[in-house]
Design a protein around this ligand. Structure first.
Ligand code: HEC
Length: 256
């Protein structure tokens, strides 16, 4: 990153934010590193995925999901590797969790909130059906996907909030060091393919959207609502970065 931008990023953060981030996410102590290595062998989120599997069995099965999505069951995993997608009958570009919500509504007239643990577990399981497949989001598939990607790119680059920071201020910068922390370049590190993920600092499983909301708050931006057009657009953009880096779906992720 050029030094002017770096200065802006550093000045943008109040001291208290830097300290908070330093404790929370900017540093990984030796003990944390050891824990990370250990958890990689045995990700606590595997339990959530299992719970999600049970919830999914109650909701239907792969055949029911394939039918809902109007795809051949044999192509279901591949199709899942392409979300967020434009779903004609929903009239929107949506996340996989929003599809599951509609299935829940059709089945029992009730749906789990996007922020609920049950929905996060369900999402983690259903997305894991596409594990080891290449991310295949197609931002050219139709005009809705094109528009969503364009909006996501705009939001990613736009400076928002009183600190004047964009996502790109911090995240476009491979290998840049902000105080001692190497900032993650989202495409290179497969951000689009690794959430829901277990966050060691929170001891819980979090979605990409919820993780992004944490960054928005830290950066002094009003967090976008889960499942909103804007949030989905950001997810489309971030997922496409991972696709451009030829990544695969790897659920559940393990993160600081
Ligand atoms: C002030 C710098 C800063 C800004 C601005 C920022 N982030 Fe972050 N972001 C970080 C840091 C630091 C991490 C975590 C690094 C770590 O723990 O490895 C992170 C992590 C993430 C992750 C998880 C990446 C992964 O796969 O591990 C996502 C998703 C994310 N940010 C989304 C966003 C979005 C969306 C925006 C814009 C709305 C944004 N961030 C703005 C600093 C920032």
């Amino acid at each position: 990153m050029n030094s002017l931008l770096l200065k802006k990023v550093l000045l943008g953060l109040s001291l208290s934010t830097v300290l908070l981030l330093a404790g929370e996410q900017f540093s990984m102590s030796e003990a944390d590193k050891a824990m990370y290595e250990e958890l990689k062998e045995n990700n606590p989120a595997d339990m959530n995925v299992e719970e999600g599997m049970e919830l999914f069995e109650e909701l239907g099965d792969e055949a029911a999901l394939a039918k809902f999505l109007e795809v051949d069951e044999k192509k279901l995993a591949e199709y899942i590797a392409g979300f967020p997608r434009y779903i004609t009958k929903m009239g929107n570009v949506v996340g996989l969790d929003q599809v599951l919500q509609v299935m829940q509504m059709e089945e029992g007239g009730k749906k789990d909130a996007l922020s609920s643990e049950s929905m996060i577990n369900l999402l983690a399981y259903v997305r894991s059906l596409a594990n080891d497949l290449p991310i295949n989001i197609d931002i050219k598939e139709n005009k809705e996907m094109e528009a969503s990607h364009a909006l996501g790119e705009k939001l990613y680059l736009e400076e928002r909030g009183y600190r004047g920071l964009s996502c790109n201020s911090c995240h476009s910068l491979p290998g840049t060091i902000l105080r001692t922390q190497i900032l993650p370049e989202m495409g290179a590190q497969n951000t689009g393919g690794t959430w829901p993920a277990y966050r060691m600092t929170l001891s819980e499983v979090v979605t990409l959207q919820e993780r992004s909301r944490t960054c928005m708050r830290d950066a002094g931006q009003a967090p976008l609502p889960l499942g909103s057009k804007e949030m989905i657009a950001l997810e489309v953009y971030i997922t496409n970065l991972a696709k451009n880096n030829k990544h695969q779906i790897e659920i559940p992720g393990l993160k600081r």
